[in-house]
Design a protein around this ligand. Structure first.
Ligand SMILES: O=P(O)(O)OC[C@H]1O[C@H](O)[C@H](O)[C@@H](O)[C@@H]1O
Length: 293
């Protein structure tokens, strides 16, 4: 049955004063996306919230929102001269027409193009589109980037991450499988290695993996999620602040680290170079695994 157009296009609502668009499916799944940062703030699938949004997140229309799926662009972390994780998560995006694909019931596309606020720190001409596609038990977030400069302007580079905060019952008992054998860099110890077995968490964790060819699975008590990403995003970052760092982050409650696990589809070890007119795209897809898990 064709979805109701009102359902497929989403409806406008506000969260803490920020304009958001809600996507829904006929099965009752939903996603809430803020125009600020084009940030997915909620994904409910099978009656369960799957993303972590901090109860202390700041919704002032300027700051990055702690939780959901922030987009790091055009710089990941502090690997360059721009503000940490770039500026895309701090700016308002605008809605444009979305193309739906596959088994999608509902999709939304938001766009950010260069303007004074971006050119003051990054002179490049660009268009970035973030497409959020909601299916039955699945959420896909795709970033498309285009160098909109003229032919006589130069190529430019960027790094990026879909910085997904997954909600978990207890990070101390959660496991990630699918990274076994992947090369990794431990950002805390500045040490390289190869992952052996499942990834588990007993404190602060911040590692950049070479992304696996297959899926990553999150095992969270009785719940499971399959996480896949495009080959164009060749890194997977896994981050949890642990108790001590969490206590220093004003926009997380002291025990917030227990309920979140970031699994980020990223392109950071090698930046993407786009010549004028050249496009690029990358995506991450989350899919609920049938339970009991
Ligand atoms: O606090 P934020 O600026 O949102 O960054 C949060 C985290 O993002 C990534 O996961 C990085 O690997 C971490 O090193 C960083 O701490």
């Amino acid at each position: 049955m064709a979805p109701d157009p009102a359902v497929a296009e989403g409806s406008l609502e506000a969260l803490q004063g920020l304009p958001c668009i809600r996507l829904t499916t006929e099965q009752g799944d939903s996603a809430l996306v803020a125009l600020h940062g084009a940030q997915v703030l909620s994904w409910v699938a099978g009656g369960r919230e799957r993303l972590y949004l901090s109860p202390r997140a700041v919704f002032d229309g300027k700051s990055a929102i702690r939780g959901g799926i922030p987009l790091c662009f055009p710089q990941f972390n502090q690997r360059g001269p721009l503000p940490k994780h770039g500026f895309a998560r701090n700016l308002a995006w605008r809605r444009v027409a979305a193309c739906k694909e596959g088994d999608a019931q509902s999709a939304l596309c938001l766009e950010l193009t260069d303007r004074d606020a971006t050119r003051t720190c990054w002179p490049e001409r660009f268009a970035a589109q973030l497409t959020v596609t909601l299916g039955a038990g699945s959420l896909r977030v795709q970033l498309a980037v285009h160098n909109t400069g003229n032919r006589d302007e130069g190529a430019w580079d960027f790094t990026t991450a879909l910085h997904t905060y997954l909600r978990v019952e207890d990070v101390g008992r959660a496991q990630l499988t699918g990274l076994d054998g992947c090369a990794r860099w431990d950002a805390l110890a500045d040490a390289r290695g190869v992952q052996q077995g499942p990834v588990t968490f007993s404190g602060e964790y911040d590692r950049v993996f070479r992304a696996p060819a297959g899926a990553i699975h999150l095992h969270d008590g009785a719940h499971g999620l399959q996480i896949t990403q495009s080959a164009s995003l060749s890194n997977t970052v896994v981050w949890n602040p642990g108790a001590a760092l969490c206590a220093r982050l004003a926009d997380l409650p002291p025990d917030g680290f227990r309920s979140m696990l970031c699994v980020e589809a990223a392109q950071i070890d090698q930046s993407v170079t786009l010549a004028p007119g050249q496009p690029w795209q990358g995506w991450q897809e989350l899919r609920v695994l049938p339970g009991p898990y």
